[in-house]
Design a protein around this ligand. Structure first.
Ligand code: SAM
Length: 208
């Protein structure tokens, strides 16, 4: 619980002290995520959960694409506020969830597409990762999809001053277990606002 509070404090401070387009993970458009989600979402009404979304513009682009059942979850209320304010009246079309992904209550089978860019890699303790995987298994319906992007083997050792775990595609997939079939993986060189290159691995899995 104390660790959870520390994490919340850290992330609230990040979003209160930096413009959302200045953080290292900023993307004007999350094009790779957008493409993967649109490819696997069975319809525009597919229930998409963006986990640890921060102030990402992914939700804006998913709304623009016509998607109607979007949920955005983050541990930081400040991050969610930034995204809501940017969306203005359209924010009302989105479900906003403030909580820690390892503990927040999620309705069983309530998600068709789970998306996480740069959140799972912060879980450095096996127990936190097990709790995360249990959440995915509970929340994503059988036949649903999971997209997780984490720093790759050549990625940084830290993000936002916090330690991370880096994964090759097979290692990332192995964290999830047999119920998750790896459909494809991609790698991406993300350019941060300050011009550094960060190597990401994206895994797309279907849940059985
Ligand atoms: C590196 S940022 C990535 C944000 C966004 N996914 C993107 O790609 O722009 C990590 C995000 O995860 C959130 N976060 C960190 N730990 C979390 C947790 N345990 N539960 C929910 N959100 C968390 C942070 O507040 C932050 O917004």
């Amino acid at each position: 619980m104390e660790v959870e509070l520390e994490a919340k404090k850290h992330w609230e401070h990040v979003y209160e002290s930096k413009p959302s387009d200045a953080v290292s993970w900023y993307q004007p458009h999350a094009l790779r995520s957008l493409d993967l989600i649109r490819r696997v979402a069975p319809s525009l009404g597919a229930r998409v959960l963006d986990v640890g979304a921060g102030a990402s513009t992914l939700v804006d682009d998913l709304l623009d694409a016509g998607m109607t059942q979007l949920s955005v979850l983050d541990i930081s209320a400040s991050a969610l506020r930034v995204a809501r304010e940017r969306l203005g009246a359209r924010a009302g079309q989105v479900r906003w969830i403030e909580g820690d992904i390892t503990t927040v209550p999620l309705e069983p089978g309530s998600v068709d597409v789970w998306h996480d860019r740069a959140v799972f890699h912060f879980l450095t303790e096996p127990a936190e990762r097990a709790a995360y995987v249990a959440q995915v298994r509970r929340a994503v319906r059988p036949g649903g999809h999971v997209i997780v992007a984490a720093f790759g083997p050549d990625g940084p050792l830290q993000c936002s001053g916090l330690p991370v775990v880096r994964y090759a595609p097979g290692e990332l997939h192995a964290q999830f277990g047999e119920a998750f079939e790896l459909v494809e993986h991609q790698s991406e060189d993300h350019r941060t606002p300050s011009g550094a290159i960060q190597h990401f691995v994206y895994c797309l899995c279907v849940v059985h």
